[in-house]
Design a protein around this ligand. Structure first.
Ligand code: 3HC
Length: 283
């Protein structure tokens, strides 16, 4: 039968993008967050994103209403009980994600697949928080989820072939291209991308160039759609720092040390677009 119902935990930019993408492919989605405001904000973000598509003549009002009708918001984890698949998109902290997965393991039906959208953490360790490691898998989407075609799929040590096959098929069904990579810190995407972003921040830290100049070099010289500093603000500087810390800790190699300027911005609460200020200011 495949996956018909899903729950997405975390209604932030990744969670809402995942919910939008799933609902756009006919899947009934429960969008969960800790408080009602956060969940409602996630739903609003989806509505706004669909309005953009309508504005560009790529979607009709009827399609927007149909897509939104497939999404229900919730603050009760138990509502995820009957879902075929749960995708957690909580903050990038091992303790938070393990606690969430352990709770999901208790409330969800025994057949529910527990996927994590972690951007760098060990799937094997996350799976160990549950009594169903064969049903735990990494499903790593890229931001903005509705636009980026990649899904990195990562098996933990005990992920079953059946779980992998279902997630691979689902990725294809929602219009994404799955790429399987192994369970090592940062997988492939963030092991490479974050090193570039961190190095870009070092060039600012060392006074080699301004953020604007770094971004111009990479956009005009390498044809990147966004410069690395603007991309860091877009991803969230707290997420970038968490990923660098995972890489640094996981490999024990100083090439992954987070730039002090990145840490300082996070300490200041300048987390990028989502807080209105990162390396750039967002009115
Ligand atoms: N929903 C649906 N469609 C959307 C959308 C959304 N939320 N946001 C943008 N789009 C569509 C637009 O409609 C537009 O479509 P069109 O070209 O057919 O008209 C297209 O995407 C481009 O959008 P815009 O014209 O508004 O803006 P840009 O051309 O500046 O593109 C961008 C914006 C797609 C974000 C582009 O700058 C880009 O690709 N940036 C790099 C993003 C990237 O590298 N992401 C990966 C980050 S790493 C990650 O996520 C991993 C994590 O673990 C950290």
């Amino acid at each position: 039968m495949g996956i018909q119902t899903a729950a997405v935990l975390g209604a932030g930019q990744m969670g809402s993008g995942i919910a939008q993408t799933l609902a756009g492919s006919g899947i009934a989605v429960l969008l969960y967050d800790l408080n009602r405001n956060a969940a409602a904000l996630g739903l609003k973000r989806i509505g706004d994103s669909l309005n953009l598509l309508i504005g560009k003549g790529k979607m009709e009002d009827k399609q927007r209403s149909l897509l939104l009708s497939r999404i229900t918001i919730s603050t009760e984890l138990a509502d995820a009980q009957a879902a075929d698949l749960v995708i957690e998109a909580a903050p990038e902290r091992m303790a938070i994600k393990k606690e969430l997965l352990a709770e999901l393991d208790r409330v969800c039906s025994p057949h529910t697949i527990l996927a994590t959208n972690t951007s760098s953490l060990s799937i094997t360790e996350l799976a160990s928080a549950t009594g169903r490691p064969s049903l735990v898998i990494g499903m790593h989407f890229m931001n903005p989820v509705p636009v980026m075609p990649l899904v990195e799929i990562i098996r933990g040590l005990e992920t079953s072939d059946a779980t992998y096959d279902q997630i691979r098929q689902l990725s294809l069904a929602i219009g994404k291209t799955p790429v399987e990579v192994r369970d090592f810190p940062g997988f492939v995407s963030n092991r490479i991308l974050m090193l570039m972003i961190n190095e870009a921040i070092f060039t600012v830290y060392e006074g080699v160039a301004t953020p604007e100049a770094v971004d111009e070099v990479m956009k005009l010289g390498m044809k990147h759609p966004m410069g690395p500093i603007a991309l860091a603000d877009f991803i969230g500087l707290d997420t970038c720092l968490a990923i660098m810390e995972t890489l640094h800790h996981g490999f024990g190699d100083s090439k992954y040390r987070p730039c002090p300027l990145l840490s300082q911005h996070v300490k200041a609460g300048w987390l990028g677009r989502k807080t209105g200020r990162g390396f750039y200011i967002y009115p």
